[in-house]
Design a protein around this ligand. Structure first.
Ligand code: CO
Length: 641
């Protein structure tokens, strides 16, 4: 793919060029590990003034780790001029776990004699049947956490190779391994507990129960082709247009999302979002047990949702006429890692868009709704996360998160009980946990200057203005500064937040806007004073608004891996940035929406969890002067009756 636009992600050639320049830099060990090589996004002014065919200066942003000295560096490389522009040592940080570290870490743990002795104490001697998940260890003030870049091995036993080892956790046995040297640092053995017996397979070839036999084919056919157009990394679908990119950390990123309202018969693309992505997520577990209290992975910042993206399969992950995009990332050794079919783009029928039966005229008008879906799925250890951006014909834009995969598990003494998890059988339980997702939206509703407004619905007290007691109204407050804009959902007030452009009016003289309609949400149950409260402070508000700052991308900090939390520019996140209470009214701003999924596991979540779905909606609210869905033509009746 040729580079056509300043926001195009780095091509494979550009990644290789950046790697070569870094390796030959005199101040860097040529064997540094490449944690990240991605586009250094140009300044907004450059992107705004770009027109097709302009010369582009391409820059790469790199994070590299010199493992022998445990030093982390960031580089900015000018690819156009083929030179390293900046090389900066970032003290005291540890880059996220890299994709070539999982297997060697597991192998090193499995081969460790002390670990094998601990298994033998439990009667486990076939080490081929041991699987070890390698977790980001978090931070708990353990001196080893300051000294090493660790992973924490959590062992399981397979019954046969390749079956569901999560059915058979080895409780109370944990291994700390230094990822930089692949040496075991410490074995924490808190005493043997019997490994649960009952298998729990879900792989089709291992299942013994018969398939259901009453499913007939359901095909999606688009005989005249799709209704979207793809040009490089730009996508146009009906009146929507946007660009995408892909990186190791956020995975899919939306850029320059706009809607062509075709006003006065002319193309009139109105911006809505400059950039949107899943910027961080954290999964805090609620079990105090030694094997579980440290489970609170930052799946974007400590692992990388793009790095863990699946190669999607037609007809399985995605159905119908699909356009796939590959994702080009770097391997730690500097090779290009192309994830084939990392991003899926397709259209779906979505029930009815609008309908009315005019009984007097004897006429029915009904329109089918169709949506454009762009998505990717990441496998983070036991869980799968699908991120689906849905574009609708009525101007709605939605993020759907789909959670599936395997529960975390623990073993317990038969006959005992724990309130901190749900039993799956008489030896196995699944710890309580939560999933928090933070979506960063650099908004651009009709331009970069936006404000954020909170609207609560208020009952008018009974009295002269409300003699019948039925009256209610929306009460809106414009947020002036960051601290005012740290908010929680309130379903009892039907609360919503709008991103408005105070400089643009709709036909009734109000600012044009889009509102955030919250879906499922909750708050973390982690206590003030807990490490995770400190490290993932962003989780404790559902809404944050900040003035745009190109360096403020990750709400839990740039380097959350094994970080003690805020206190340095590299680890500060939303709570620290917003402490300055910067003004946010009528300015170039970033809106952060945080949503939580509370998970007290069910029996039905086992052995593989049927997809749980959550998300939120961006809904036009005075953005259009009337329903934008009026021009959707009626469908041809084909299969009725
Ligand atoms: Co869950």
């Amino acid at each position: 793919m040729t580079t056509l636009h300043p926001l195009d992600p780095l091509s494979a050639d550009e990644i290789s060029q950046a790697v070569a320049l870094a390796k030959s830099h005199p101040d860097l060990n040529p064997n540094v590990a490449f944690n990240a090589v991605q586009l250094h996004e140009p300044a907004k002014a450059i992107v705004h003034s770009f027109t097709a065919g302009d010369t582009i200066t391409r820059r790469a942003f790199l994070i590299v780790l010199d493992k022998p000295t445990s030093r982390t560096f960031e580089l900015i490389i000018n690819l156009t001029e083929n030179k390293v522009e900046t090389l900066t040592h970032i003290p005291g940080v540890k880059p996220s776990i890299m994709d070539d570290e999982f297997d060697p870490a597991e192998q090193a743990i499995k081969e460790n004699p002390e670990f094998q002795a601990a298994l033998a104490k439990r009667g486990i001697t076939d080490f081929d049947l041991v699987s070890v998940d390698t977790w980001a260890p978090g931070y708990y003030g353990d001196p080893a956490e300051d000294e090493y870049r660790l992973c924490r091995g959590v062992p399981y036993i397979n019954t046969v190779k390749g079956d569901n080892f999560y059915a058979r956790p080895v409780e109370n046995l944990l291994v700390l391994l230094d990822l930089n040297t692949m040496q075991v640092v410490r074995i924490d053995d808190h005493g043997p507990l019997e490994v649960p017996e009952e298998p729990a397979d879900f792989r089709h070839d291992l299942l013994t129960q018969p398939d259901r036999t009453d499913i007939r084919p359901l095909d999606i056919v688009q005989p005249e082709g799709v209704s979207f157009e793809v040009d490089g990394w730009q996508i146009k679908w009906q009146k929507w247009q946007f660009r995408i990119s892909f990186n190791y950390r956020e995975g899919l990123v939306l850029h320059q999302v706009g809607y062509d309202d075709g006003r006065d018969g002319q193309s009139n693309v109105r911006p809505i979002l400059y950039r949107a992505s899943l910027a961080e997520m954290t999964v805090p577990y609620g079990d105090p047990g030694v094997s579980h209290y440290r489970k609170n992975a930052f799946d974007a910042g400590e692992y990388g949702l793009g790095m863990l993206a699946n190669s999607l399969t037609l007809g399985c992950d995605c159905l119908g006429e699909i356009h796939y995009f590959d994702g080009d990332l770097v391997r730690p050794n500097g090779e290009v890692n192309t994830i084939k079919n990392a991003i899926c783009l397709h259209e779906e029928d979505y029930s009815i868009l609008w309908k009315h039966v005019d009984l007097r005229a004897g006429k029915t008008e009904v329109r089918r709704s169709r949506r454009l879906v762009i998505s990717f799925i990441a496998t983070v250890g036991n869980y799968e996360y699908g991120f689906y951006w849905n574009f609708y014909q009525d101007g709605n834009l939605q993020l759907d998160v789909k959670l599936t995969g395997i529960l975390q598990t623990g073993a317990y003494e038969p006959g005992t009980e724990t309130p901190f998890g749900a039993p799956l059988n008489n030896q196995l339980y699944a710890p309580n946990h939560q999933h928090f997702f933070c979506v960063r939206m650099d908004t651009a509703v009709d331009g970069d200057q936006n404000s954020v407004v909170e609207t609560d619905t208020v009952a008018d007290p009974m009295g002269p203005t409300n003699p019948h007691g039925n009256a209610f109204y929306g009460r809106s407050t414009v947020f002036k500064s960051e601290l005012e804009a740290q908010r929680l959902i309130d379903p009892f007030k039907a609360r919503y937040w709008s991103i408005v452009n105070p400089n643009k009016q709709n036909k009734v003289g109000r600012p044009t806007g889009y509102k955030i309609v919250a879906g499922e949400n909750c708050l973390p149950f982690a206590q003030p004073g807990s490490w995770i409260h400190k490290r993932a402070g962003y989780m404790f508000k559902h809404l944050w608004v900040t003035p745009f700052d190109a360096d403020e991308l990750y709400p839990g900090g740039r380097y959350p891996y094994q970080s003690p939390g805020p206190g340095t520019p590299a680890t500060d996140g939303l709570p620290e940035w917003t402490a300055a209470d910067r003004p946010i009214e009528n300015s170039d701003l970033v809106v952060w929406y945080v949503m939580g999924h509370n998970h007290l596991p069910r029996l039905e979540d086992w052995p593989v969890m049927p997809t749980a779905q959550m998300g939120f909606l961006l809904k036009p609210s005075g953005f259009f002067d009337q329903s934008p869905a009026l021009d959707v033509p009626p469908s041809q009746a084909k299969h009725c009756c």
